[in-house]
Write a protein that binds this ligand. Structure first.
Ligand SMILES: Cc1ncc(COP(=O)(O)O)c(C=O)c1O
Length: 420
């Protein structure tokens, strides 16, 4: 099938939810993807943080083939060999006790929201004032289902679907005073991403996270952390909150967990898990034997990759900083490990750079209008970073020449309504 015929067919047959780049990928290996014309692309987006081990990893293929020939699905009415083993590994690396498995990030977050409400109900049945409010952060992103949308602090995602789930208030990002002002005994959970991903790669501040931990601990509310994008090795530690010296009550993960198969999880403590009983929550597909067997293999490989992620992340940041000193359009370099971004001073330039890199065979994306996001596979090497830096250098130089205004601050900041 040609790209043109796929585009024609999709236009007629699919719900128009995506504004796709005009590329038809047919295979991948390691850090590279190939399209239907045989053109090779260096993948610095890894399917938005999913393909952390790159494409067609031999060890993952081996587990997939073995398990697909043995057992793919049973339903959660019965036991299989892998959920407990996977939960044990996740508990060990997170400092938490238990897991619930589902199929996606948004489902993990929905489960976490339900758990927070359920726990608060049981925990406050002894005469305390009811806890039901959720405090989430402005500029956050937690997914597309109703609970996740209700805690997502970006109007463009929420607006078409109002009214959303009630009981949610938004705190200004990293604003300690606002958090103190809005926090009281009616709050059942403070919800946040350690590093806001869709919001433009913005790490929460140490002071803010510590205050959220203190306030929730004192009042018996929960600290609920979404590590769907920043967790599972992306920042060079198993979890991004481990850079901050705190442990949450609930953490959600998904994207890279099963190396490309759909699998999400919420992790929590024994104490909080006491809020759930059989029949209160569940899923048909979540935590099936195929996805769980692959996830166990992913975590085994991840153990040996964390140091590499840290080293390559430091190298990449240093190279981006060098580039910043050369290009007026670059306003900021942000992120930890291999979750990195540069903020440009114009949405038009950001858009042009993404499509120019695509032309040159490099995949990155743009989030939050002016932010170029890099989520490469954990297996990249310095030469791959160098290739991306050279391409960015060329592309930014071109756009500056094109605008004839290569000095800082001359581009006008232009906000678009929707981003891809
Ligand atoms: C922080 C965060 N939470 C939740 C989600 C939703 O995950 P999914 O698309 O798997 O439902 C995403 C997806 O980008 C995310 O980045």
């Amino acid at each position: 099938m040609s790209l043109a015929s796929v585009i024609r067919a999709e236009k007629k047959l699919l719900l128009p939810t995506y504004d796709r780049q005009k590329v038809l990928f047919t295979r991948g290996r390691g850090v590279y993807l190939w399209d239907s014309n045989g053109k090779r692309y260096l993948d610095f987006l890894s399917g938005i943080g999913v393909n952390a081990l790159g494409h067609a990893h031999p060890a993952i293929q081996k587990v997939l083939k073995r398990q697909a020939g043995k057992l793919i699905h049973t339903s959660n009415l019965f036991y299989h060999e892998y959920q407990a083993e996977l939960a044990k590994r996740l508990a060990k690396i997170s400092g938490l006790d238990r897991a619930f498995f589902c199929n996606s990030g948004t489902e993990a977050w929905e489960g976490a929201l339900k758990l927070a409400r359920a726990y608060a109900r049981v925990n406050n049945s002894n005469g305390h004032k009811a806890k039901w409010r959720l405090l989430a952060l402005e500029n956050s992103f937690h997914g597309r289902t109703f609970g996740s949308l209700a805690t997502t602090g970006q109007e463009k995602y929420r607006h078409p679907f109002a009214p959303l789930v009630p009981g949610v208030n938004f705190v200004a990002f990293n604003d300690l005073v606002d958090l103190k002002r809005q926090f009281d005994g009616s709050v059942c959970a403070v919800c946040l991403e350690t590093i806001q991903g869709e919001g433009g790669i913005k790490p929460v501040s140490r002071e803010f996270l510590q205050l959220a931990r203190e306030l929730t601990e004192k009042s018996g509310a929960l600290l609920m952390i979404d590590e769907i994008q920043c967790g599972l090795g992306r920042t060079g530690k198993y979890f991004a909150y481990q850079h901050y010296g705190i442990t949450p009550d609930i953490v959600t993960v998904a994207k890279p967990l099963a190396a490309g198969l759909p699998l999400g999880a919420l992790l929590t403590t024994d104490r909080v898990a006491s809020g759930m009983h059989p029949g209160m929550h569940g899923t048909t597909f979540g935590g099936g034997p195929l996805a769980c067997a692959v996830a166990i293999e992913f975590l085994r490989i991840l153990d040996g990759l964390l140091g590499h992620v840290t080293k390559l992340g430091q190298y990449f940041v240093a190279e981006l900083q060098n580039l910043r000193s050369k290009h007026a359009a670059m306003q900021d370099v942000r992120g930890i490990g291999l979750m990195l971004a540069i903020e440009l001073d114009s949405a038009d330039v950001a858009k042009a750079v993404v499509s120019e890199l695509l032309q040159q065979g490099i995949l990155i994306n743009r989030t939050h209008d002016t932010v170029l996001r890099f989520l490469p596979p954990y297996i990249i090497e310095k030469k791959h970073v160098d290739e991306v830096i050279r391409a960015l250098d060329r592309s930014l130089g071109k756009s500056e020449n094109h605008n004839h205004r290569g000095h800082r601050g001359t581009h006008t900041k232009h906000r678009e309504k929707r981003v891809g």
